[in-house]
Design a protein around this ligand. Structure first.
Ligand SMILES: [Zn+2]
Length: 316
């Protein structure tokens, strides 16, 4: 199914990355006040090279091994048409009653005697196809994988693990254009919007990990690796949401993609919802910087820091 995604998608994903790479980084920098290069005089220019973003045909390893039941072959072939079928079903359902009313007219009956039953038959066939397509639960299968599947944030593990290792982690991002193309179709969101969402998410991992604070401190790679996945994904999702809000109309469809994707993703991709609702960006940032200094963190520890930051602010 991934191999059948229109090859055109690669160009769209590549161009969207090009167009939004700098804007996404600028907003991440403003939001986290972390820098991918420390002490560089021309910070912005060097930033581009610090974390490369590649667009690859890639099917993430975990998806490569995903097995679908043979009995689902037809469902899988229909699944990418789900959105179109749904739209057609809605369109036909609203067309049928007014057309039926035209049967009062003799001239209509003369010209279009068969059209009513034909439309009804089409609507029923579409409903059957939708039922078949839903059996494959492709989105469910894709997001049953606990890792990022639309893109990936990669880095090299340190040669000598230690708590404060801040070697060059060779941080980099890959966007999987095939998965982005397929998922955008299944969700009914634009390829551009989904690409910006994934770009922001993966770069947010990079900023929270190798971004340097005002004192040049980063998150040690060993500590980052040993941190709760739910906390790492929570932070990436939190900053994705903040960045997409800042981008607003500049990146049409990106917030839509984020919102429509959310319910399909594993729970660890929704850890941040309470932070968005109950805490200011300053509180989240304080807690993030503190947990980075402490080493490997857990969600419980982070949320404790959040409530501490909250009461400090209230008492001021
Ligand atoms: Zn992630």
């Amino acid at each position: 199914m991934l191999r059948k995604v229109e090859p055109e998608t690669e160009r769209v994903v590549t161009e969207t990355r090009q167009r939004f790479n700098q804007a996404v980084r600028r907003h991440l920098r403003d939001e986290t006040r972390l820098h991918l290069t420390s002490g560089g005089e021309r910070g912005d220019e060097r930033d581009v090279r610090a974390v490369r973003v590649a667009v690859t045909a890639g099917i993430p390893e975990e998806l490569e091994d995903q097995q679908f039941d043979d009995g689902l072959a037809l469902a899988l072939a229909l699944a990418p048409l789900t959105r179109l079928l749904e739209e057609a079903h809605v369109g036909l359902s609203s067309l049928i009653p007014p057309v039926a009313r035209l049967y009062d007219r003799e001239d209509f009956v003369d010209a279009f005697a068969d059209v009513g039953p034909t439309l009804e038959e089409a609507r029923d066939s579409i409903a059957e196809m939708l039922k078949e397509a839903s059996r494959a639960n492709v989105l469910g299968q894709i997001f049953a994988i606990r890792d990022d599947v639309l893109g990936v944030y990669r880095f090299d593990p340190p040669r000598q693990p230690s708590w404060d290792d801040s070697d060059d982690a060779n941080a980099r991002v890959e966007l999987f254009w095939g998965v982005i193309g397929l998922v955008s179709r299944l969700l009914g969101v634009s390829v551009e919007g989904l690409t910006v969402k994934v770009l922001a998410h993966e770069l947010a991992h990079a900023y929270t990990h190798v971004g340097a604070d005002a004192d040049g401190r980063r998150w040690g790679t060993t500590a980052f690796q040993r941190t709760d996945r739910a906390l790492l994904e929570g932070l990436a999702q939190y900053y994705t949401c903040r960045v997409l809000e800042r981008l607003g109309k500049q990146a049409p469809g990106a917030m839509d993609a984020y919102e429509k994707l959310l319910p399909h993703q594993p729970a660890i991709y929704r850890t941040h919802l309470g932070w968005l609702e109950n805490h200011s960006p300053e509180e989240v940032r304080d807690a993030m910087l503190t947990i980075r200094c402490r080493g490997a963190g857990s969600v419980a520890e982070f949320e404790h820091l959040l409530s501490e930051a909250h009461s400090r602010r209230r008492n001021r």
